[in-house]
Design a protein around this ligand. Sequence first.
Ligand code: ADP
Ligand code: MG
Length: 746
Amino acid sequence: MISCLQQDNVRLPEELNTTEPQRQALGSTLQSQLEGVEPKLSDQAQELNRLCSELGTTDLEKHLEILVLENDRLKQELNGCQLQLQQLRLSLSGCTGCQHSKENAQLREQTTDLQLELGEKTQLLAKLQQHLQDVLQDKTEREERLNKRIRDCHLALAKQPTSSVKYITKKVEVESPRTKQDLEETQGRNHYLQEQIVIQRRLLAEQEQQLQDSWRTSAQLQAQIMMYEAELERTRGELLEAFQAMEDEKNQAIEEVFLQARTEMKTVHENLNGVRMNLLSIQPALKTLTSDYNCLKNHARDFPCLLQDAVNQTKREIYQAVEEVQKTNQDLLRKYKREMQLRKKCHNELVRLRGNIRVLCRVRPVNQDDGTGLETRNIISFDSDDESVLYVSHRGKISMFELDKVFQPHAVQTDIFQEVQALITSCIDGYNVCIFAYGQTGSGKTYTMEGSPEDPGINQRALRLLFGEVAERSTDWDLTITVSMAEIYNETLRNLLAKDPNEKLEIKLSPDGSGQLYVPGLIQIRVQSVDDINKVFELGRVNRATDFTNVNERSSRSHALLIVSVSGINLTSGVRTTGKLNLVDLAGSERVGKSGAEGPRLREAQNINKSLLALGDVICALRSKQPYIPFRNSKLTYLLQDSLSGDSKTLMMVQVSPMEKNVNETVCSLKFAQRVRSVELGAVVRRAENHYSSRQDYELESPSQATQQGRFNISHSGGKTTAGKRRLMASGEVNHRQGSAALPAL
Ligand code: ADP
Ligand code: MG
């Protein structure tokens, strides 16, 4: 516009020079028009100033400032409230877990919620403030723009009248038509300016409209702020109420606690008084206790020494007691040994008194193999008060038999062994012992002597007992046990432990002139354990069965001998002993010869009869104290001469069957047993030697000499010395009775 005006300024003087009168008239018109425009301009300026003044310090800004101040104040108040709350919390921190603390916690939660709400509102307020500031800044910018434009207009106006006047004046003066044209142009320009003013006014109206909008917004904001203020006020009121309530509760709690503490204090005081009283009464007891404690302390100090003394004393007493016990034990042992000796003496005396042949009877039980029927009917009964008798019912009569002891069918192997074990141990002491099992086939001889592996008989039990005895006496004695096994079949002696069992053995006189018999080639095996025994027995069993498919068959027709020799040296005195234990399972005693058997069976039967008769004859001769004892009438008696003669112990186990069908043989066996029992062999003599005496001495010495030397006397009711007889027997100078004599002659 300025450049346009300048151009006009250059162009106008030229025109002015041309139309001076026109210029003057136009000048006056323009002057009048200018005069009309000027008041309008001043009006506009006034209006603008008013608007500016209206826009300058707005209520909104003031209100904003007030709000900020109010906000600051509220914040301060909030801080104060929080401080008070903290103090309140601190004061209430002592009271935990009670109703107040719970309420306090609730209030705290409420306060936290309110704080959160307040925070949200504060944030909203901050946003509003920001928005207000933005609006204000926008308004300020617009004002500045308007002011600038107004200033520009003023400048343009200030410049324009002078130049126009000059120009017009010039035009009027120089050229009137041109002035007229200029005037028109000026009028056009004036019109344009007026349009500009209209535009400016419209802009102003718009500005006014915007201002009104801002006002409205401001009013809304103000309303919101008011609302927030009200909210804040309400929150503050709630906080204050809560605070007041808390304060009240705190006071109440403090009061309650105080009251409680006072009552407790009272109780404590009362207790204290009681304790004081107690203390006063306890004091003497305390004094006593203190002195007791001191006394105990002294005792405790001395206790280890006392304990040590007591322990030492007790130890001494225990040692003493142990020594005494040991002494007593030794005494008892000595007494026991003496007792055992005495027992043995008594036993021997008993044997001597009873006669040295003991006869026992064992009745075997009826078993399944015996079948059923009348024939298996039991014909034997017993006396419950007397274990030495039994009754046999035969052909309507009841016969009584008396023996040393009768074992009923229910007797077991241990019962039998208990009865014979004293006899067995006596062979360690140097006695010769002979145990026979006599009876018909099937009466239980082998069962009693051998038994079964699970329930062994006398043989194995005897050897076990001897092992035990040997071990027990090992401190004083060096004892050796040897075993031989032989069989007499058809008057032939067979060595059952030899490689060739069919090799015949002969019984010979000892070449040392002692009169003793011995069997050259009879194998003796030393045994030390049950294993050894089992091996020996097995060998014997195998050899015995060589010629027979049925062992029982052979067993019933031959005599089986187990000869156990025990020799020993006393380690202190040097005394030597030799004892022999003969365990004989005799052949069946049934009278086969009478039943018309022929051939080898008849020969067997004759031989069995012969040997059993010879046994009976020997026992009879011994019983009747005959000068001649027919030992040599059979291999059996000849071999067992030592064990049957006067210095030996003999036990006959007569086996019988209880069944009707065996009654004849049962009666025969029992008659034989009863007669054998009544035979007296004379007092037993122990076979003992020492370094200065020998068997030869024994054979020749007189009874009085034997007694003087501390040995057992040989008792003979006939009053004759035995030495001559012995020599006679030993040299075989005896009458041989041929074995045709019948057994019942016994
Ligand atoms: P022997 O040797 O006299 O011919 P055994 O000893 O062979 O007779 O006995 C014949 C049967 O009787 C065998 O089966 C044996 O087991 C049985 N026996 C014998 N005595 C008894 C007993 N006391 N207890 C049980 N069974 C026995
Ligand atoms: Mg048998």
